[in-house]
Design a protein around this ligand. Sequence first.
Ligand code: GLN
Length: 378
Amino acid sequence: MISKLPNVGTTIFTVMSALAATHKAINLSQGFPDYDCSDELKSMVNQAMTEGHNQYAPMPGLPVLQTAIADKIRLLYQQEVNPATEITITPGGTYAIFTAIATCIRPGDEVIVFEPAYDSYIPNILVNGGTPVIIPLVYPDYHIDWDLVRSKITPRTKMIMLNTPHNPTGSILKETDMQELEKLVEKYDLLVLSDEVYEHLVYDGASHQSMLRYPGIFKNSFVTFSFGKVFHITGWKMGYCVAPAHLMSEYRKVHQYLCFSVNTPMQYGLAKFLENPQHYLELPAFFQRKRDLFLRLMEGSKFTPLPSAGSYFQLMKYDKISAEADKDFVIRLTKEAGVAAIPVSAFYQEGEDNRVIRFCFAKKDETLIAAAERLNRI
Ligand code: GLN
C-alpha cells in the first residue's frame, strides 16, 4: 500500500513519554497532569454507572451535558448557542478537530495553518486531501502577521485554523487579532477551525478570545474543546465541538460514522460537575500558580523562559547551555539530566529550530521542584 502520510512518524508525545519512562526521567514532555482529577467528579461518574447509565448515549451527546455546556458559554462568553443543534460531544479535542476537517475539506482545498502547529493538524489536512498553507508565527512572541495571512489567501483557501491559548508556545490571541480575523472571514467567507482546548488556562488577568464571543466569526466556525485538558482527565478522552447549526448538521454526518457516540457515564458525570461554575472559574488561578512556581524555581538556571500567557506549557531557550539542535538536546536532557521536554521544532514541517523546548507545568508541586532542581544543575 502507498502511504497517505509518507512523512509522518510516531507522534513526538509518544516518543518523548516513552524515552522518559525508559530513563526514569521526570516527564515534563507530553501534556498531561501527574495528579489525579477531582474525587467529586469521579463519584459523579460512578453514580451514573451505578444508576445504570451504561448504554449508548445519543449520537450528538447527552442533552444534560449539551445544556451544561451552553450554560457555561453564556456565562463566560455572553452568547447563546443551541445545545441541541450546535454542540456535539466528542471523544477528545483531537478527534473534534479531525472531524471538522473531514467534514469540510476536499482535495485541492487550501487550509491556512500557523506554525509551530500542534502535530495532528497538518496530517489531518493531508489525509483528507487538503493542502496546508503554512504561515510562521512571528518569533519570539509568536504573534500572527496578518499582512502575511492576507497575502496567502487564494480562491482555493477554504479554512483557517487557529489555536488559542496556543500549544506549544503559550501565546494567546488578542482582540486586535479577532478584528483582523473577522474582516477576513467576512471578505472571503472563510471557514474557521479554532482549537480552544486550553480555554480556561489564560493568565495575568487576560481574557480568552474565543470565537464564540464574535458572532461574525462564529457563524463560519467549528470551535473545539477538551474536558481532558482542563479537568485533569486526559485519559477519559472527552471533548466537544461547537458550531452553528448549518455546519454542525454536516459535522454530525461524519461524527456518526466515526465513533457514533461518546461514553455515557462520563457525560452524566461531567454534566453534573459543570453545574458548579466554580469548577472552571478556579482553573486560571490553579494553573497560573503552577506556571509561576515553575518560573520561580527556574530563575537560577541557565534556561531563559519565553512569555507564557496561557496553556500549561512553558517554553525555554537553552542557548546558554548548548548549541545542539533541539531534538538532540531533549534526548540528552532526558538521559543525562533526567528531565523530559518537547523540542519545538517537532511543531514545524521543515523542522525550523529556534533552539527552544517546551515544558509542561501541569504537574504536582513536588514534581516541578524535583525537575527544577535537576535543571538548575546544568
Ligand atoms: N496535547 C498534548 C501535548 O501537547 C498531547 C496529546 C497527545 O499526546 N496526543 O502534549
